[in-house]
Write a new protein. Structure first.
Length: 223
């Protein structure tokens, strides 16, 4: 089985700086790195989000059409390429009003979207009518780091109830400082429990430390 090996939110070197250095002194370099990885995953589990760089495949059902965007209006101001696209969609499906234009990826930056980056974005549309089509990042608009919004341009044949399968990489390329702090608190809770699972030596309460980690993670938690 492959080892879980993400880039941690806080490194072992950061954990050994400051007040937690004494707490971590009994652990080898690899053992402490493993704890930082475990703490990172605990932070992601608590917030219900992927935070460090990842690659994932997820599926969505194409549903909902914005009536203000398309409707059945035939007199919308539109450029030549858009008009050709609308005609293509109309010819394939019998009308533009049944074509989905939007999709929202599950993972996006809850805060500090300027620190977040998407890459290797690929979407496959498996149509409810039959047939499929793959789209690369150059054929769509987005995804937007602050919402995960992907926009399919006018003319894409995407009927309601089609399956959208998205594969992409993302995550914080620069880790916000508060997430570093949350990871250190979570690691301290893990270490304290491992050193003495029945009591809290040196005044370090694992429950209190974990509560601190959770409080730092609260802005990142899904509503």
């Amino acid at each position: 089985m492959a080892a879980d090996n993400p880039i941690p939110l806080a490194t072992s070197a950061q954990m050994q700086e400051g007040a937690f250095a004494d707490l971590a002194r009994a652990f080898s370099g690899q053992a402490l790195t493993d704890i930082m990885i475990e703490a990172t995953r605990a932070c992601e589990t608590e917030s219900g989000r992927r935070l460090v760089p990842f690659t994932v495949t997820e599926s969505h059902r194409a549903e909902g059409v914005d009536p203000d965007e398309l409707g059945d209006a035939t007199d919308l101001p539109i450029d030549l390429m858009g008009a050709l696209g609308r005609s293509y969609a109309s010819a394939l499906s019998g009308g533009t009003s049944s074509q989905v234009r939007h999709c929202w990826l599950n993972e996006y930056a809850p805060l500090y979207q300027d620190f977040w980056a998407y890459s290797n974005v690929s979407l496959t549309v498996i149509r409810s009518y039959g047939g499929s089509q793959q789209f690369s990042a150059t054929q769509i608009i987005g995804p937007e780091p602050d919402t995960g919004h992907v926009w399919f341009s006018l003319g894409v044949f995407l009927p309601i109830a089609s399956l959208i399968r998205a594969t992409y990489s993302g995550g914080y390329t620069t880790v916000p400082a508060d997430l570093v702090r949350a990871c250190k608190y979570m690691a301290a809770a893990i270490i304290t429990r491992e050193l003495d699972p029945l009591s809290a030596p040196h005044g370090h309460s694992p429950d209190a430390l974990e509560a601190l980690a959770v409080s730092w993670l609260s802005p990142y938690t899904r509503g």
